[in-house]
Write a protein of this length. Structure first.
Length: 240
């Protein structure tokens, strides 16, 4: 039987979903903006049904860690700060995984904000072997520009420091760190929330550099995760 329980790792609330067989790998699954770890339970169980143990961390400003008005203009900065904190906190999660699963491969997966986070964690954590980004982006600077343009947000006072942090950790600027790793980008072809063009440009750069990268666009699909997406992700993980 698949087991699900809440755990806390160095102050980070997580949902642990454990397969009913010996796991073939561990997946850290990052939820999207305004979501919670509990809302990813079904996705975690699907992944566990295919033999993976799954760890779903709660992002700051979400669920047990406090909520905000996610649609307020002032929340825009917190979107990026949440991604950066997910990347920073990944080391704690990997320390836990290293103790519990010292010999298993580790993958990251996430939707929307979680897709941005997954690609950041893949870039900055050597232990992670592959990432699946669902409606995410690996070119943070370009996505940031496109978000502000679409939302008609002017650069607020003091925002330059955050832009510098985004630039510092942007996977697009550090693709050399992805050598020997693999990326799967899954994106709705009609996603109105996360413009697919930034992700397509990221994938193009990886391919130019001969790095392992696959892309699937789902024509007509908006900002959603479908059963087909999860099926494609699981099939791809079997090739890693």
């Amino acid at each position: 039987m698949i087991e699900e329980r809440r755990i806390t790792i160095k102050g980070i609330p997580c949902l642990s979903v454990v397969a009913d067989t010996a796991p073939k790998g561990v997946i850290i699954f990052y939820h999207g903006w305004s979501s919670t770890k509990e809302l990813q339970s079904l996705r975690g169980r699907i992944l566990a049904a295919y033999g993976y143990d799954v760890l779903i961390p709660e992002a700051v400003h979400h669920g047990e860690r406090g909520t905000i008005d996610y649609t307020a203009p002032e929340a825009y900065e917190l979107f990026w700060k949440t991604i950066l904190q997910n990347v920073e906190e990944a080391g704690c999660l990997l320390d836990y995984i290293g103790g519990a699963y010292p010999d298993l491969p580790v993958f990251v997966m996430g939707h929307s904000l979680g897709g941005f986070s997954a690609l950041g964690v893949l870039t900055w954590q050597e232990r992670v072997q592959a990432a699946v980004a669902l409606n995410g982006s690996g070119w943070w600077n370009e996505s940031e520009r496109r978000f502000r343009s679409a939302l008609h947000i002017d650069i607020p006072e003091g925002y330059e420091a955050l832009l510098a942090e985004i630039d510092r950790y942007d996977p697009y600027g550090h693709t050399e760190r992805l050598a020997g790793k693999a990326v799967l980008a899954l994106h709705g072809g009609s996603d109105p929330t996360v413009d697919k063009e930034a992700q397509l440009l990221f994938v193009e750069k990886l391919r130019r550099q001969g790095l392992a990268c696959s892309l699937i666009l789902y024509e007509g699909l908006g900002h959603f995760v479908t059963t087909n997406m999860l099926g494609d992700a699981l099939s791809w993980l079997e090739t890693i």
